[in-house]
Write a protein that binds this ligand. Structure first.
Ligand SMILES: Nc1ncnc2c1ncn2[C@@H]1O[C@H](COP(=O)(O)OP(=O)(O)OP(=O)(O)O)[C@@H](O)[C@H]1O
Ligand SMILES: [Mg+2]
Length: 234
């Protein structure tokens, strides 16, 4: 694979705006990656690509779309975060802060000892992070049930505890945002993560716990919300 020219990046013109394409070109020029492969996910707010580096290894490029994303909803979520109380409801600022918040949350979670992708760079609405997977990206827990469900889910709860101790709540934890990497949980998608000093942190923590208990039942486990909460906060 060779370096892509500025002209060649313009073929993304039907997917992304000019500003985003220019920043993708700049990031690739700086050597963060050579080119992006086909998208592995097109979500409500972001498109996710794998990208190849010069040495053949892969990284993840998560691009929050500047157009056609629900920035009002984003604002409703981020405005309670104790770190972003002064944020104005300006479209671009919200989206840039949203990407930056995910970067900061990944860093904080990582430092806490929870297994999450290593964040690499955040530039405006573009987030680069470690790729989780082998030949194929690691599957979501939803479609790759663990062989030892108890051990796997206990580790998820341990990661929730570690994050909480470091002052962080995931806020959108479910079987969709946990990957199963060869029987090891990796927690992703931390854009809704908030600090425990935020007024809605408790509510988000309870929601995360409910999701984990609900999915654990599907795996045949008996976990109670009270026990998990105790484990996390005590
Ligand atoms: N670091 C990663 N390594 C491998 N696959 C990933 C990684 N990050 C995301 N993915 C894949 O892309 C999918 C979507 O990613 P993610 O959950 O971060 O975005 P999203 O749900 O679309 O985000 P949002 O809700 O913020 O729009 C994941 O379910 C996973 O399959
Ligand atoms: Mg997700």
């Amino acid at each position: 694979m060779t370096k892509k020219t500025k002209e060649a990046w313009k073929t993304y013109g039907n997917v992304f705006d000019e500003f985003t394409i220019r920043n993708l070109f700049e990031l690739s020029s700086k050597g963060h990656f050579l080119d992006m492969k086909s998208p592995i996910s097109i979500g409500k707010e972001a498109n996710i690509f794998t990208a190849e580096k010069e040495d053949g290894s892969l990284i993840i490029v998560k691009i929050y779309r500047l157009e056609n994303c629900d920035f009002n909803k984003m604002y409703d979520y981020i405005k309670y975060d104790a770190r972003y109380l002064n944020l104005k409801s300006k479209r671009r600022d919200i989206i840039f802060s949203w990407a930056q918040r995910e970067f900061r949350n990944l860093m904080k979670a990582r430092e806490s000892g929870a297994r999450v992708p290593l964040p690499l760079v955040c530039k405006y609405n573009i987030l680069l992070m470690e790729y989780i997977g082998g030949k194929e990206p690691a599957p979501q827990l939803k479609s790759a049930h663990p062989e030892d469900a108890k051990e796997f889910m206990d580790r998820v709860v341990d990661y929730m505890r570690k994050m909480y101790k470091a002052g962080l709540v995931h806020g959108d934890l479910s079987e969709f945002n946990i990957l199963n990497l060869n029987e090891n949980p990796v927690i992703i998608d931390m854009s809704q993560g908030t600090v425990t000093t935020s007024i809605n942190a408790e509510e988000l923590l309870v929601r995360d716990i409910k999701n984990i208990v609900r999915f654990s039942k599907k795996l045949g486990l008996k976990m109670s919300e009270e026990d998990i909460k105790k484990k996390i906060v005590s």
